[in-house]
Design a protein around this ligand. Sequence first.
Ligand code: SIN
Length: 524
Amino acid sequence: MDIETTDFLIIGSGVAGLRAAIELAPHGNVLVATKDMPKESSTEYAQGGIAVALSDEDKVGIHFEDTLKAGDGLCNEDAVKILVEEGPERILELISWGAAFDKEGTKLDFTIEGAHSRKRVLHAHGDSTGKELERVLLNKVRSYPSVKKYPFAFTVDLIIKDGECCGAYILKDRKITAIIAKATILCTGGAGQIFARTTNPMVATGDGMAIAFRAGAQLEDMEFIQFHPTSLYSQYAPQFLLSEAMRGEGAILRNINKEPFMKNYHCDAELASRDIVSRAIISEMVKTESSHVYLDMTHLEKDFVRKRFPQIYSTCLRYNVDITSDLIPVSPAAHYIMGGVKTDLNGVTSMKRLSAAGEVACTGVHGANRLASNSLLEGLVYGARTGSTAYQSSSDIKNLTAVKEHVSEYTAAYHSIPEHDEIRMTLRKLMWDRVGIIRCGESLEKARKKLSEWAFILDKVFYTRRELELKNMLTVAMMITEAASLRKGSVGAHYRSDFPEKGQDWQKHIALSREDDRIKYSPA
Ligand code: SIN
């Protein structure tokens, strides 16, 4: 096997990974490994924006309160404090690196989204905020010769020696290379692809969570999945996010009979938190026996809509929907996972030399439900903190020779599952139907049973990205189902029809880790 060494290994190249790389670049060699092109991440597709308390009418304290409220009592307040307090500095730094956020005259233009009490969401090129962030961060990374990118490199597993993470085994060009590093940082994003309906890109298959779990790290809050209320619904079009900012600018939800309904569910109507809006949509779909509802922007000025949402406008038009004059068919879709690899406030996980930042991590900053547009900010703030701590606390691997010997003994019998695409499809439908927006003991039990039929996949090693992804998707699906079964109550984005109240001990967090080949649960 080929062996490479680097000071720092970052897995994933969205906002958190790139921001961590920028922090580490002056201090050693950094290798950024991604399973696809470097820009292929959830960041690239983020539309609505990035929340930050920078407007004249806002204060970090108000951003703090809104974030806690959305998190429904389960946020780690220290993590939120860091997010809102360090956020403005991270954004100003990004602007100094060339980020072009939209302006109204000479001032930054802030919009409002669900559950925000102030206009605080910055956006770029109307609805392509993530693309702008990715562009600026990639440019900045390019200015450091110490950072090397390793595209189309799939992380199969972490290298664990004497309980420490010493890098990762990477599959590239059908060959495994061991990358030995003083510090490894997971920035692999989320897991939306395990649900049949998702706004996430194809790369979001929960890889970082699964490899951390296999290595023995602790994960937390896995039952909390955020479903975005409005994704384009058409059998001819891909599932495409219709930004919450559209409702922020005045779009109205209507049922299939064209009746507005959100006021019947919450006084904040279209701008209630995402879990409330998603469940209201499902309820209307059930009542009217339809597969979707409509998002209506037809009352807004056409020119404004085209300019404010150019990407959404042109994408929908490609599928014959003119958002300025047609009702847009929408239905909810899995969007974000609040849980992940448990870290402290500096991205440090339960495993030595392993850190995590961004959606893959769980600092507790989002609690049971993330406030809209807080995730890009999280990537910037916690990516920087994690990079900085990984450098400050890094030390040479004591016995590098022993690690090299250990990796050179890595052997794997490669398997292939000819029906892997069929299993992937069934798994995604199962998770959507049984572990989706509304769950109950019976649906979760059915999911557990079906998932366990595929357990034979978990201990195999594969040679292809699709099969390796399936193994990771199954691992994460099992963790989500386990945590959702354990939480017998409804909090934030986790809703159980058999336990609609919060229930006893609702403030506990559910931590999961691996014990032999089982998922071990510990209340945290
Ligand atoms: C959106 O534009 O609606 C997504 C923003 C987010 O999830 O934070």
